[in-house]
Design a protein around this ligand. Sequence first.
Ligand code: FAD
Ligand code: NAP
Length: 403
Amino acid sequence: MAARTMHSKVVVIGSGPAAHTAAIYLARAQLEPVLYEGMMANGVAAGGQLTTTTDVENFPGFPTGVNGSKLMDAMREQSVKAGTKIVTDTVVNLDLSRRPFQFGLEYAPGEVHTADAVILATGASAKRLGLPGEDVYWQQGISACAVCDGAVPIFRDKPLFVIGGGDSAAEEALFLTKYGQHVTVLVRKNELRASSVMKSRLEDHKKVTVRRLAQGVEVKGDVDELVKFYRAKYGHEAVGGENGIDVKILTPEDKEKWVKEDQKKYQRRKMTHLVVEFTTTTEKGEIIETKQETVEANGLFYAIGHNPATELVRGQLEVDTEGYVITQPGTPFTSIQGVFACGDVQDKRYRQAITSAGTGCMAAMDAEKYIADLEVEEAARKKATAANGSASTNGTASTNGKI
Ligand code: FAD
Ligand code: NAP
């Protein structure tokens, strides 16, 4: 049986602010865009990174802040209202070597999808360390975006930590000095990777301490108290489960009791301590001593880099050493005509919802122009073919006439 095919003039791959902004502009330009929103693509729900946060306080238009998921629901609704068709599936292969571009989906492997233009808005995800306690306190003290989360009350006048030694770590730490009581930057090597200007700003700041040869080892907080409480109350072992609330209850009766009586008390869990490993070395770098210390910490910010979602285009589009799509400065143009990139997948510097939306708009406007040019070329080609066809018919006829 022939594979079902679906052709679109322009498709958007992704579902964050960049993707939906692009779709809204394309739909309003009557290009009937199709947006592939992903189904837990890269482990993130459709809607992208903002679905993993609570309040977004720096997106214009929401003076009292807006819940990240609600903001993305609203963007999706606006895309649909403007005329975007949304496909809830993940694009798993994309062939940019043929025209139209061709791609396939994870949950509809029998289908072939094609498009004249592709907007890549697949985003990025912050690298994590996978420390014990990380899942429990993610967004309950741990974050990968100080600019996004730093101003929330749980960090005010509290000891905060940043892990990383690059420019992002320096920027995050300096930003956090506005809110935290003190900021400690943990750098795993003896050297920071940050530029010298950022390094000096960091080292000269009175609210910052840089600890070299230091690594985070474990995150602790009030779930530990919860586990202790559970043990005391029910008299047997309990293990902090996913989210720290759903402790693994050993009997169904206990679970019943737990949910009714105790769970509410621990809804507002947060991190309180960080276990840090400090290493001392000789000048030549030989390890003299490694010791662990549990320090008070109400916030932990990872600045160890991001993973751009570019697996689909590796080996096809030009990407930089960290895998970000390279776009021509100030534009969404990639190394292949007809393929545009926007949002975090091509931005390792700003990584904000508003900048993603802005570049989504740019991608749509350039895609629209690209398609208009294609249509003009196609019309000219058809005209030329028709003219050649009639010339050759005439020619044949006249030749025939001569013979
Ligand atoms: P993303 O939001 O990264 O979304 C891309 C999505 O596309 C993916 O998540 C996935 O669902 C989909 N996708 C990926 N691959 C495929 C595929 N192959 N097929 C189909 N779909 C696919 N920014 C702010 O401005 N303010 C904030 O307060 C703020 N808070 C944040 C809090 C957290 C916890 C995080 C992680 C980020 C925060 N940010 C904030 C940053 C902001 O979320 C990002 O800059 C923005 O979401 C990037 O948008 P994007 O459109 O590039 O893609
Ligand atoms: P980066 O330069 O790659 O730095 C990542 C840092 O995280 C490094 O110090 C690295 O340590 C550390 N790290 C990585 N994995 C770790 C782990 N498992 N445990 C502990 N530490 C770990 O990334 P970035 O700071 O996000 O910067 C990315 C790019 O954007 C850079 O080109 C940067 O210059 C640019 N940028 C510029 C600005 C600016 O100009 N204002 C701001 C932000 C970013 P090692 O050094 O030991 O590998």
